[in-house]
Design a protein around this ligand. Sequence first.
Ligand code: SAM
Ligand code: SF4
Ligand code: SF4
Length: 371
Amino acid sequence: MYEKTTLIADHRHLNAVPSIPSVIETPTGFVADALARPLQDLRISLTDRCNFRCVYCMPEEVFGKDHVFMPRSSLLSFEEITRIARIFVNHGVKKIRLTGGEPLLRKHIENLIGMLAQLKTCDGRDLDLTLTTNGSLLAKKAQSLKDAGLTRVTVSLDSLDDTTFKRMNGVDFPVSEVLRGLDAAHAVGLGPIKVNMVVKGGMNDQEIIPMARHFKGSPFVLRFIEFMDVGVSNNWKMDEVIPSAEVVRRISAHMPLEEIEPNSTGETAERWRYRDGGGEIGVISSVTKTFCHECVRARLSTEGVLYTCLFAANGHDLRALMHGGKSDEEISTALAHLWRKRTDRYSELRSALTNDISRPARKIEMSYIGG
Ligand code: SAM
Ligand code: SF4
Ligand code: SF4
């Protein structure tokens, strides 16, 4: 049973407007937080709306017909997003991921991608500009996204079995359309393409082996994500989390695996490859093996609020600074100060917090802040 939760569409009143330090700094391409983690990765949520109602993210019981989404007037404009993104890039961000809600629902997203693709990292390289999607509109949009300058995509798919998939996406969406989207993305060169499967015990864990078999030896890298306690609406229970170690054990029993080195520091997935040369899989152990110590990621909400952790209860209203007429230099200095003070490590503290009545009652929804 779901508790009836009232979600607040406009979160801005709960967020602080950052103060502008008196001494304005020039960004150096590097800023580290209080735990020595550099700012390298930015996720931008383009909408809080979605055409799916995944049980672990926007369950229909909570995000039903009466749910009030953010008014369109609250969304950052493409110019505002690009302006903020440039400020982040000047502090060392190399990778930008567009997310949501469902980012492909944002009208004219190609125009935004075109604007972001012009940005260069501090060492003059192209950004790694990527997008996470449920794949429902990908077959239609793959070519225009590629043409606009998108580097690659990650596609979420929780099952190959239509009954299970439809139960999980909550809107009767068929598997075949997502597979068509994946093929289209591959055909236009939006790769390497990752496929994300959230594993929810008792719901789709029987799909671990079929999914592994299907994507083994394909151009797509399948990654298994532990069901996380994001937001308050998904009725999260620890006993529905299938630990990554168990996922690896189950697959390895049929198709032996060996662990390989991560591609880069800050990479959230552990990599495993098939011993017979059939490619690799990833596991993201957000619950059982936390990676806060190397978390280099900031999140910007649809309405321009910066969150320094997926589990942060409060954010920092960057849009208010823009609307208050602050200059890029002032916003950039404020951002550097915020990041330097960052101490977030929610997942590392989770087990202690779970037994602690002071655990924050209010947590931000994944569909609002972006996964
Ligand atoms: N709508 C897009 C999609 O589904 O790919 C982008 C936004 S979605 C919030 C981003 C990612 O978060 C998806 O891969 C989704 O499966 C994952 N996600 C959402 N809720 C989750 C949860 N409770 N635990 C683990 N992953 C979750
Ligand atoms: Fe929508 Fe993605 Fe959340 Fe599913 S996971 S409800 S597709 S935002
Ligand atoms: Fe980063 Fe927060 Fe997740 Fe830890 S809990 S990895 S700090 S987003």
